[in-house]
Design a protein around this ligand. Structure first.
Ligand code: CDP
Length: 233
């Protein structure tokens, strides 16, 4: 995608956080409130895992996964009102949330080649947004994907709050099962990227005591306070 020469660089809002911190839904709602674009980087990791599963590739053998990156016809929407993820012609927006994908995504997320490939893609998507800014969320956005972002937030919540939220989303899973899955995914992920502790200059926003709307308002307030370029209207 070519970027018009006169385009001002978008305001980048980088949001990291563990599973169940609410970062996807909060980031999307904050993007909507700010009239910004929205990039769910976890959706790209999930879509890549989905595409490998679809091709019957054994994800526990990393070399197979890395080769799959060369042929990954992936598209992701950055409009918070019309979010989609496609692999080739297939809309996988819903399919990438299935437990069979969640269960295996860690195997590919730990591979440096995969992280580098997807990070390069994210930077193109960020630079190409047509909006004044973009909210980018994931595990390594404040530290690796966009360490120079104007606003960097680590969205956290207590483990108990995160488990409670996630088991409400997945009504067919018992709280104990969800809790165990979250814990083991956080553990695997945190071996790759430290998203439990804020890096220098990253603001920690703890949503344990906040409901959804309060969390969105808190993010929007941080963005408005930290960014002189955003109108308060
Ligand atoms: O379910 P949750 O919101 O926690 O995860 P997600 O954002 O959908 O991401 C799914 C998985 O992709 C994570 O568990 C990580 O293994 C991986 N991921 C990553 O490694 N780096 C990112 N920037 C985003 C996701």
């Amino acid at each position: 995608m070519s970027i018009p020469a006169n385009k001002v660089a978008p305001v980048v809002v980088a949001i990291d956080g563990p599973a169940g911190s609410g970062k996807s839904s909060v980031s999307r709602a904050a993007a909507r409130a700010l009239d910004f674009g929205y990039l769910d980087t976890g959706a790209a990791y999930r879509a890549f895992a989905w595409s490998l599963l679809e091709r019957g590739i054994d994800l526990e053998h990393p070399e197979n996964a890395v080769a799959g990156l060369d042929d990954f016809p992936y598209a992701i929407g950055t409009d918070p009102d019309h979010f989609f993820v496609r692999v080739g012609e297939t809309d996988v927006t819903e399919a990438i949330r299935e437990p069979r994908v969640t269960d295996v995504v860690r195997h590919i997320a730990k591979l440096p080649e995969v992280r580098q490939g997807l990070t390069a893609l994210f930077r193109i998507l960020i630079a190409g947004t047509q909006k004044a800014g973009i909210v980018v969320e994931g595990r390594d956005i404040t530290t690796v994907v966009a360490p120079d972002a104007e606003v960097r937030i680590l969205l956290t919540a207590s483990e108990e709050a995160r488990m409670g939220r996630r088991s409400k989303e997945l009504s067919d899973h018992s709280a104990a099962v969800v809790g165990e899955q979250l814990r083991s995914r956080d553990q695997a992920d945190s071996r790759v990227v430290d998203f439990m502790n804020a890096a220098d200059g990253v603001l920690t926003l703890d949503s344990t005591e906040l409901d959804f709307d309060e969390t969105v308002t808190a993010v929007v307030d941080v963005v408005r306070n930290q960014t002189a370029r955003i109108s308060h209207g």
